[in-house]
Design a protein around this ligand. Sequence first.
Ligand SMILES: C[S@@+](CC[C@H](N)C(=O)[O-])C[C@H]1O[C@@H](n2cnc3c(N)ncnc32)[C@H](O)[C@@H]1O
Length: 243
Amino acid sequence: MNSKSNKKYWDSWNSRYSDVWKPLARQEMSKKETDYIVSKIPSKKNPRILDIGVGNGRILAALSKKSTRNTTIYGLDISQKMVEICNDRFYDNKKIKKIEVCDLSLDTIPYKTKFSLITIIRVLKYNSNWKKMLKKMYDQLESGGGLVFTMPNNQSVSIFSGDTFSDQNTPIIYTNPSNLKKVLRSIGFKNIEILAFSKLPNFLYHLSNHKYYVRFLIASERLLETIFGNALFGRELFIFCSK
Ligand SMILES: C[S@@+](CC[C@H](N)C(=O)[O-])C[C@H]1O[C@@H](n2cnc3c(N)ncnc32)[C@H](O)[C@@H]1O
């Protein structure tokens, strides 16, 4: 997978990416994800946050809404279109200082500041050198700073989805909790926490908007979580770790 093809793919998704989050069940999932992410905003005087792979601004919006007035937020994306969408959407947002184009698989983070929190949600799976990207984020965190990121779990039903992306049908990258812990420890990360918000296949989240169906789906996830815990068989793993 080359950087040009990744960029082209996301430029073509453009504002349509928001549609992925429109079904009711996906909105429920998004709420669980963003509640978790914002719970990691450090309670300090002037937090500095970086969101990498801003997309249409789903994570930026949550970070901005749930952070204190003194927070400064930066963003990055490989896609010019995504950066334009977010710059339009947040043009009068006082906390969001800058959103720039950057391919983190090739370049270093273009901001001089050290961050208290970096988020990179549903991004690393499109980048074969995701481990090197994690090291770049580690270097840009202040001491004690936190990172929230996601990776698909090869110990889940997702592995059967055959998910690919780009005009070259590149398969997305999978890992699992034990490999993640090994990778993160070798970089220097500590306090590693891994969990997931769904175990059932993604297509079920797009099947119907009927409220009873959505309630049944969410209740089924809750039951599976009670039986297996919140990481085992989870599809998209959410990882928090700190420097
Ligand atoms: C699936 S979307 C996720 C958007 C957002 N994080 C969210 O969860 O709603 C993936 C985003 O990551 C961006 N991306 C992929 N590879 C990247 C890279 N190497 N550097 C920066 N951004 C990247 C894409 O352009 C796209 O906007």
